[in-house]
Design a protein around this ligand. Structure first.
Ligand SMILES: O=C(O)CCC(=O)C(=O)O
Length: 211
């Protein structure tokens, strides 16, 4: 398991954080739970479906609104691995996990996870379809970085976590360049599921996050 630095300060990727079998087991566990969004409370106004664990986040009021108790047991092996692989320190242990489902044609608006509420490390595990995540500097929007998310763990810290907004487009076909010769590669987006782990530090403050 190799933690690779990207060109953006504080942003790392681990490509083989989970196995294909673990991915399938996780998807089965997630799909056996209730989704909200797309007309279903809470968060019925959100088009994409989500599941909230640890704390509930309201996209309408843009804040964390209630404690839901411990994270589900199907995430235990993931949080254990965060510690084993020394990705997090004890005080950064995640107490919130939002699962997002993106069907082809769905994305997430540019946002920075609120520094007043969440801890310094945001961890996002991507399952199923690949996609591109764009990082845009909050004060210099022309400064941008693209990362390819396959079945991988994205680790957002430092500048990538605080100075940039991250987003995923609604494009069904995405292009990116890879390798020494900058070969053009295509992603045809299909269903993607991500698990974003955060540490809630303060409640009751507005959260500048996505919709
Ligand atoms: O889907 C992802 O990888 C990112 C999710 C995200 O940024 C969020 O839930 O705020």
């Amino acid at each position: 398991m190799q933690k690779k630095a990207t060109a953006l300060e504080g942003l790392y990727i681990i490509e083989d954080f989970i196995t294909e079998t673990e991915e399938q087991v996780l998807i089965r566990a997630i799909d056996s739970r209730a989704w909200c969004g797309n007309g279903v409370a809470p968060n019925p106004e959100l088009k994409r479906r989500t599941q909230h664990y640890g704390y509930e986040f309201s996209y309408r009021y843009r804040k964390v609104i209630q404690n839901l108790g411990p994270l589900p047991t199907f995430t235990d092996f993931i949080t254990k691995r965060f510690k084993q692989q020394k990705i997090i320190e004890f005080e950064d242990e995640p107490n919130m996990c939002i699962i997002n489902e993106y069907e082809a044609g769905q994305g997430i608006m540019p946002h920075t996870d609120a520094a007043t509420i969440f801890g310094p490390i945001i961890l996002s595990l991507s399952l199923l379809s690949s996609c591109l995540m764009k990082f845009t500097h909050s004060n210099n929007p022309e400064t941008q970085f693209l990362v390819v998310l396959r079945t991988s763990l994205l680790i957002m810290t430092k500048s990538s976590r605080y100075d940039y907004k991250h987003s995923i487009s609604k494009d069904i076909i995405e292009w990116f360049e890879e390798g020494e010769n900058g070969e053009k590669r295509e992603i045809v987006r299909s269903r993607r599921v991500s698990l974003t782990f955060r540490t809630v530090r303060n409640l009751g403050v507005d959260v500048a996050t996505n919709s």
